[in-house]
Design a protein around this ligand. Structure first.
Ligand code: ADP
Length: 643
């Protein structure tokens, strides 16, 4: 693990501390320290007890020592129980907290990153991090293991070093009075202790290398398995979704998907078995090394006692402590290996948390104008998506007049939606400039700039809230305005049928008495939300795609009146109002593949490969040779809509 990895781990912990989870981290540290020290207290007191028995101490002293051992054990158990209680209780919510941190970040990040697959890869990595406790669970485990092992090693060193190097020379050992010989002399010298420590270090190193190499192999199996597990998740999603089951059944893909998922399950089983085999093999190697180290230490301690260097009680304390130390060192190595493995998740976390605020954030307030006199100008605008070399908008020049209705038409992929994304500043232009009332839109405060737009995206989402709140996008609902907006979108009849009116929940997921809207009704709701916002720019991307012809007409009627500034309400006539009869109101953009529904816009922009190749009214454009006439004639063939 390098320094950056350690910094990343601290960054994860520090974010959780700031999110109010400092106590959990503290509890985890307490658990680790107590667990690290606990065994040594008993060992020390046991050694003393033994020496006292040998020395013929009185019962009261023996009783006192036993009581001290039990008391210390009880104290450790109590601290441990308290810490673990606080730890486990909060740990249950750590995963949710982690998701909350991710969600907050997602809300705050530049929009372009939300469409970036790499960012989604990072989120996946953080959320799962190979365990169901997520990244924070892993980092806390590593912290706890490392700290416990480190405390344990420290305690062992404090207890044993004096015994190993100085010795008592008490003269009571079995071999003490014999000629020590070369072996005895060597054994009495500190060199033998150093050699023992070196041997232990070598054993630990072997154990660490074993851990690392088995860990890497296991990781490879794990990665192989993850692909299949993701595929199985995907299959589960298909089985449990009525929408997807429609396609599954109609195209009779049941057999195909069953076979594919069974194959994946077989592969997962195979990989899991191999992984389990490897884990056991690694464990067996480590245990053998540990047993050998233990043997070595006991022989060493016994010989030291035999030469009278330490007492029998100290043999127990010393040998047990060293064995514990060697297993703690192995545990420390294993925890470090695990931290090294987890470093990539932490690095993903830090990269994710540091992603997302690179664009220029202006501070200019947007002028508040009752007359909606906002003008927009595209000046030599070109754009390519981040990470892509291909321009999807090319050298676009356009001036939009206040109160205009603009239709945007063109083939799929010609850049219509991207044009809207640029206008709403979801992305910043690559070259050129977009101006609002003569000022570069990047200079405006983004939140204020956003208030200028009501957009019904093609892939809009309506969130599960009470209807009024879902339309107002706030808890403070102006009920009359919400009713008007719903009426303008053609939902007044539906509203009348709802027993709880505007307080009825959208969807049944969170309220039994909620209303499950149809696809068309949802689209109307999205339109109502746009109407309620009452923004000077209104953008509709395929606004009526899910509507039947009558609803489409109704929506256009209501919406047109709102856009014109005539107020809203139920349309009384099926006729689409003409442009000429309308007072200047909002600036409206309609993107639609149904050219017939764009005819009422006087200004039609025809997009092709990121450029505006034609511009004009329907009448002008059908007259001329060009893409519009081509598209119009192609549709007319099927709908009989041509003039
Ligand atoms: P339209 O709305 O006219 O169908 P778009 O504006 O959605 O077209 O797309 C224009 C081009 O930009 C297409 O080639 C599309 O593949 C590409 N594109 C759209 N979104 C992204 C994105 N997030 N990243 C990269 N390329 C994109």
């Amino acid at each position: 693990m390098n320094r950056q990895d350690i910094r990343n781990q601290f960054r994860v912990l520090s974010d959780y501390r700031r999110a109010g989870y400092g106590n959990v981290i503290l509890c985890a540290c307490c658990v680790a320290v107590v667990q690290g020290i606990r065994p040594y207290i008993a060992l020390l007191l046991m050694g003393r007890l033994l020496d006292n028995v040998y020395a013929g101490a009185g019962l009261s002293r023996l009783f006192l020592l036993t009581a001290a051992a039990l008391g210390a054990e009880w104290l450790c158990a109590a601290i441990f129980a308290l810490a673990i209680k606080g730890y486990n209780k909060k740990m249950e919510y750590m995963y949710e907290q982690q998701n909350l941190l991710i969600d907050k970040k997602l809300l705050d990040m530049d929009y372009e990153y939300l469409e970036n697959p790499k960012v989604h890869g990072m989120i996946h990595s953080i959320r799962n991090a190979g365990t169901n406790r997520g990244l924070i669970g892993r980092v806390l485990d590593d912290l706890e293991r490392t700290l416990q092992a480190a405390v344990s090693i420290l305690a062992a060193v404090i207890l044993t070093l004096p015994l190993l190097f100085t010795g008592l020379s008490s003269g009571q050992g079995a071999l003490n009075n014999q000629d020590p010989g070369r072996f005895g002399a060597f054994f009495r010298s500190p060199l033998s202790t150093l050699l023992l420590l070196l041997l232990i270090a070598a054993m630990i190193l072997i154990s660490y290398r074993t851990d690392l190499s088995f860990g890497q192999k296991i990781k490879r199996f794990h990665e192989k398995r993850t692909k299949d597990e993701n595929f199985l998740d995907h299959c589960m999603g298909i089985f449990s979704s009525p929408e997807r089951q429609k396609d599954l059944r109609i195209y009779q893909q049941q057999k195909l998907i069953r076979e594919k998922s069974e194959e994946a399950i077989r592969r997962v089983e195979r990989e899991t078995c191999r992984e389990a085999g490897l884990t056991s093999a690694g464990e067996a190697v480590k245990r053998t090394i540990s047993a050998f180290t233990g043997l070595l230490v006991y022989v060493f301690a016994a010989l030291r006692a035999a030469y009278g260097l330490i007492t029998p009680g100290e043999v127990v304390t010393c040998a047990s402590s060293i064995i514990r130390m060697s297993s703690s060192l192995a545990e420390l190595m294993s925890a470090l290996a695990s931290s090294k493995y987890n470093a990539r998740y932490c690095s993903d976390y830090v990269r994710f948390m540091e992603t997302g605020r690179k664009r220029y954030e202006g501070t200019l307030p947007v002028e508040k104008r009752q007359d909606n006199r906002f003008s927009v100008e595209f000046e030599n605008v070109s754009f390519r998506y981040p990470g892509s070399e291909e321009y999807v908008i090319r050298n676009l020049n356009l001036k939009l007049l206040i109160g205009e209705r603009i239709a945007i038409v063109g083939r799929n992929g010609s850049g219509k939606t991207t044009f809207i994304k640029l206008l709403c500043r979801l992305y910043d232009v690559t070259e050129g400039c977009i101006r609002l009332n003569g000022v570069d839109i990047r200079k405006y405060d983004y939140q204020e700039y956003c208030r200028l737009f009501s957009v019904v995206f093609q892939d809009f989402r309506i969130f599960a809230f009470p209807l009024g709140e879902a339309v107002a996008c706030s808890e403070n609902v102006d009920e009359d305005r919400a009713r008007d907006a719903l009426a303008a979108a053609g939902l007044s009849e539906a509203l009348k049928r709802l027993p709880q009116g505007l307080h009825t929940w959208v969807g049944k997921e969170y309220a039994d008495e909620g209303i499950a809207f149809s696809g068309g009704e949802k689209q109307k709701m999205a339109i109502a939300r746009a109407v309620y916002k009452n923004a000077p720019f209104v953008i509709m991307d395929e606004p009526t795609a899910a509507l039947d012809p009558l609803s489409e007409c109704e929506v256009y009627e209501g919406f047109d009146r709102v856009v014109s500034g005539e107020g809203s309400g139920n349309p009384s006539s099926p006729r689409r109002p003409s442009e000429a009869s309308r007072p200047a109101g909002k600036t409206a953009f309609y993107i639609s593949h149904r050219l017939a529904s764009c005819r009422f816009c006087r200004n039609i922009l025809v997009f092709d490969q990121g450029r505006i190749v034609q511009q004009g009214s329907h009448e002008e454009l059908v007259e001329k040779e060009g893409l519009y006439r081509e598209l119009w004639n192609a549709q007319a063939q099927y709908y009989g809509a041509a003039d």
